[in-house]
Design a protein around this ligand. Structure first.
Ligand SMILES: Nc1ncnc2c1ncn2[C@@H]1O[C@H](COP(=O)(O)OP(=O)(O)OP(=O)(O)O)[C@@H](O)[C@H]1O
Length: 290
């Protein structure tokens, strides 16, 4: 399912003394199957964009196409339920939204609310609990008897149980330790491939953007500053640093090295393996790089 933003603007509390312009002139094309990372400073408009992706917010100007639905500013929109089923959002700290007596009931709640028969919902719960890396016996436990990391996995299974085409992740690893972060991000990447999802990740982690995304969108003061693949985005670290954004450690290392040694590798490396291979080649050649 493709999502397109055309000249989208959103003002909070429009027409009141508290009006606040959050995003403007936003043009985006999110193709089926893409893994897109949305990066930018606090307040740059990432969460506002994210809430337009499943029509939780409706634009105050412009047009958004989500699959076969078009949402236009100023027009009354009815029956947005279909969009909410197709676009699943994993909000920050999703475990805070768990509420039911058992994990199984919690996972089944969303689909059953959308008319999926109980047996089918339970089947999805059994499949998904394994997909998120938990044993099946967790299904009969209270979600509140689980660890924080396990609760987060249950909440993610609940979003996946709606069988969305598009998965939107708002800082999904916030508050996890480094190992938990890698495990959860690897899991999302695997699911993205396996289920042929479109995934939109809002993140402050440049490492994650570089490692997982096909496309990166940089937001700055409510506007799209730049869109590109990770190599093109990170091949100009000075631009990102000027915007007050960070770059992956490996890019920083290469940038400093090139500056200090007054040389250029001629390409940007996004992994330590690639960079160390290039350094080994450099040594073999006796330091001669252009
Ligand atoms: N509910 C709200 N009411 C009024 N203004 C808001 C509201 N939510 C966000 N804003 C404003 O809209 C602008 C964009 O905020 P948004 O939360 O989309 O940014 P963000 O990039 O997601 O930030 P963060 O990284 O901190 O989550 C900011 O100026 C913010 O103050």
């Amino acid at each position: 399912m493709e999502i397109t933003f055309q000249e989208v603007e959103y003002r909070y509390s429009a027409g009141t003394p508290f009006e606040r312009l959050a995003i403007q002139d936003v043009n985006l094309n999110i193709k089926q199957g893409v893994f897109m990372a949305l990066i930018g400073h606090t307040g740059s408009g990432k969460s506002t964009i994210l809430q337009h992706l499943n029509a939780l917010l409706l634009p105050t100007k412009g047009r958004i196409t989500i699959g076969d639905r078009t949402i236009e500013a100023g027009k009354k929109e009815k029956n947005l339920k279909g969009i909410r089923q197709k676009v699943g959002i994993v909000f920050q700290f999703p475990e805070h939204q768990l509420f039911d007596e058992t994990v199984e009931k919690d996972i089944c709640f969303g689909p059953m609310n959308y008319g999926v028969p109980e047996e089918e919902a339970k089947k999805r719960a059994r499949r998904l609990i394994k997909e998120v890396g938990l044993p099946e016996d967790v299904l009969q436990k209270s979600p509140f008897d689980l660890s924080g990391g396990q609760m987060r996995r249950v909440a993610i299974a609940g979003v996946l149980a709606m069988e969305p085409d598009v998965l939107v992740l708002d800082e999904p690893t916030a508050g996890l330790d480094p190992r938990g972060r890698t495990e959860i991000m690897d899991m999302f990447h695997r699911l993205h491939k396996k289920e042929n999802l479109s995934t939109i990740l809002v993140t402050h982690s440049m490492e994650d953007a570089a490692k997982y995304a096909d496309e990166i969108v940089i937001m700055h003061k409510g506007r799209v500053q730049r869109i590109g693949d990770p190599i093109s985005i990170f091949s100009n670290p000075a631009e990102l640093l000027e915007l007050g954004l960070d770059v992956p450690q490996v890019v920083k290392f290469q940038y400093r090295m090139e500056q200090q040694l007054n040389m250029k590798f001629g390409k940007t490396f996004l992994s330590l393996e690639e960079l160390s291979d290039a350094l080994a080649r450099l040594k073999e050649q006796g330091g001669g790089v252009s």
